[in-house]
Design a protein. Structure first.
Length: 599
């Protein structure tokens, strides 16, 4: 990993601040020239590059150049977030005018978010590598990585320096080393009557809740005194007020009152009491912040432990709520880190076979599965056409009828990971299904486009299912699906409540229960109506909150008990996943279409 000169990092930090504080786009572009020329030894460049695509400005602005690398900037019109499609299209147009490599700097119309994009080619496909700076949020990682370019280029050359700066693996490894060190320190500080396993579980839960909030504050939904660097502001106020123990006076209120309770009339009554202590927060639902048995044991969490987590670990890194794909990678800590942390720290990792599958392998296996699935579901689709669609995003050769059948197949496919761990394959399949459906919607073949949030929610509700024997893995998988969904909510006000995934991602042993296919006659006759009713109850439960959620859960369990009674002639062993019951609605329709697992 590149050694970063702290002086260069501080100077780069100050230069980035000037970009964020610039009063106009032209002033921000000049601040960018000062950053690249003054800190990174580029030569200033000037002039405009004409752009013609929809959703982009009329021109991009030349900023700087060095050794054949051109820095170009553009401010997007009022079009929301900086998206992958916009970035790729702008890169194509800039390259048509300029020779050499391009480092593209994009900002949204508010100039509050800046993307420094340096692409690379991997296995014949372009990978967008980006560093992102948000106004009001820490950007220490970006300052360090950009600041490293000056010294590294002096030792080697500019392109190698850029490759080192945009190496996300270096950031990932550094974060994991620090996480492991802090984890061991923090769990040794808890006071209370805890076994070793309980101490570890409590520490994992606390750190995951706080890491979830670090991701979430990137959306601006958490504010303390109008500061969206929420946890830092909350901790700073606690230090100033000296109001006792931070976990007891702030975090328990935040976790178990604000984030886990619907905003009804009773909550409005307590708002005046809560906001001076925890600020403005949304209701999240989903179960992550509901009290567990360990939470009720009265474990003492010292301010020393909290300070280690917030300031000695999380504050030293950039976080992004956007989960990277193999072809769009942010140099920051992304939600995939939750999976890596779990599967590196899990007890008995080598004995249980808990190993993290790299993104490119996950993507490859998901795409291979979808290609074969489409060939069985869409008449007339050859292996070549399916591969062109899935691998190369080409719709040429598809008729309108085939596109419609392909979309219906993708909308109804049921995908299972029977040993899902922290959800790598669930997220991988979610990304692939979203990409393929959006491709069909954005073509001239189908015009009924949905928002990305709506598409993701629908895929999570209808298409992906997971099982794991480890309850903590199940919780992490749910958490990653929630984060993936939340990044794409762009409405006004508080975000919608998170879906309840307790009956989508299930805890149990996948191998012990009877073969569900042998119960076909039961589902065609006696249990058919019960399975249909169970599907409706589960759908209602996913969207319910508060007391309605608890009532919906009770009704789901009653329906499952009814089906279990029908199968009493061949019961499942304790601790197993009873497929015929847990996923009765799927096996009522013939079973899962795709089963994916870690190879």
């Amino acid at each position: 990993m590149t050694t970063v000169d702290l002086r260069e990092a501080r100077n780069t930090d100050a230069a980035i601040q000037k970009v964020l504080a610039a009063p106009s786009l032209d002033a921000a572009h000049q601040a960018l020239r000062d950053l690249f020329a003054g800190q990174l030894d580029f030569q200033p460049a000037h002039g405009a590059i004409a752009l013609h695509g929809a959703g982009r400005p009329a021109s991009a602005t030349r900023i700087a150049e060095r050794e054949g690398v051109r820095v170009v900037a553009l401010g997007l019109p009022d079009s929301g977030r900086v998206r992958m499609e916009t970035t790729r299209a702008a890169l194509r147009e800039v390259r048509a005018t300029l020779a050499g490599d391009v480092l593209l700097v994009l900002t949204d119309h508010t100039r509050s978010e800046w993307h420094f994009v340096y692409p690379a080619m991997t296995a014949g496909r372009e990978v967008l590598r980006r560093m992102v700076v948000n106004r009001g949020q820490p950007y220490r990682t970006v300052a360090e990585r950009l600041g490293s370019i000056y010294d590294e280029a002096a030792r080697t050359d500019l392109r190698r320096a850029l490759e080192a700066a945009y190496d996300v693996e270096a950031v990932t490894k550094k974060f994991f080393r620090e996480y492991s060190r802090i984890f061991e320190l923090v769990r040794s500080l808890f006071e209370g009557d805890l076994t070793d396993d309980e101490r570890k579980l409590f520490c994992q839960t606390l750190m995951n809740r706080l890491m979830f909030l670090y991701f979430l504050q990137k959306k601006g939904w958490l504010r303390f005194n109008n500061d969206t660097n929420y946890l830092h502001a909350l901790w700073r106020d606690h230090q100033q007020q000296k109001d006792g123990n931070f976990y007891e006076t702030r975090l328990r209120l935040l976790f178990f009152t604000a984030l886990s309770n619907p905003r009804d009339a009773d909550y409005d009554t307590t708002r005046a009491v809560l906001e001076p202590l925890i600020g403005v927060t949304p209701f999240l639902n989903g179960g992550l912040f509901e009290q567990t048995a360990l939470d009720k044991q009265g474990v003492h969490v010292s301010d020393t432990a909290i300070n280690l987590i917030l300031n000695d670990l999380f504050a030293k890194f950039n976080f992004t709520i956007a989960e990277s794909t193999p072809y769009d990678v942010e140099v920051a800590v992304d939600p995939e880190m939750l999976g890596k942390v779990f599967e590196e720290l899990v007890t008995g990792r080598h004995q249980t076979g808990s190993y993290y599958t790299p993104r490119p392998i996950v993507s490859f296996m998901c795409r291979e599965a979808l290609k074969h699935y489409l060939q069985t579901k869409v008449p007339g689709i050859s292996a070549e056409v399916a591969s062109a669609f899935i691998d190369d995003n080409r719709v040429q050769g598809l008729t309108v009828q085939q596109a419609g059948e392909m979309l219906r197949a993708l909308e109804t496919v049921t995908v299972l990971d029977p040993a899902c761990g922290s959800g790598a394959y669930l997220l991988g399949m979610l990304h692939e299904l979203i990409e393929q459906q959006r491709l069909l919607y954005n073509s001239d073949l189908i015009a009924d486009a949905k928002s990305l949030y709506e598409l993701k929610l629908r895929v999570i509700e209808r298409n992906v299912y997971g099982v794991d024997i480890d309850p903590f893995a199940v919780n992490i998988a749910m958490l990653r699906l929630w984060l993936s969904l939340m990044i794409d909510w762009e409405g006004l006000g508080d975000p919608p409540a998170l879906p309840n995934l307790a009956f989508k991602i299930v805890c149990g042993d996948s191998l012990l229960a009877p073969n569900p296919q042998e119960a076909g006659d039961i589902f065609r006759h006696a249990a058919h109506e019960q399975a249909r009713e169970l599907a409706k109850l589960k759908a209602a439960f996913m969207r319910d909150t508060g007391e309605s959620k608890r009532e919906a859960e009770r009704r789901v369990r009653e329906a499952q008990a009814s089906i279990t009674a029908m199968l009493s002639h061949r019961p499942s062993p304790p601790g197993s996943v009873e497929w015929r019951v847990q996923f009765a609605e799927v096996f009522d329709s013939g079973g899962f279409d795709v089963v994916r697992a870690n190879p």
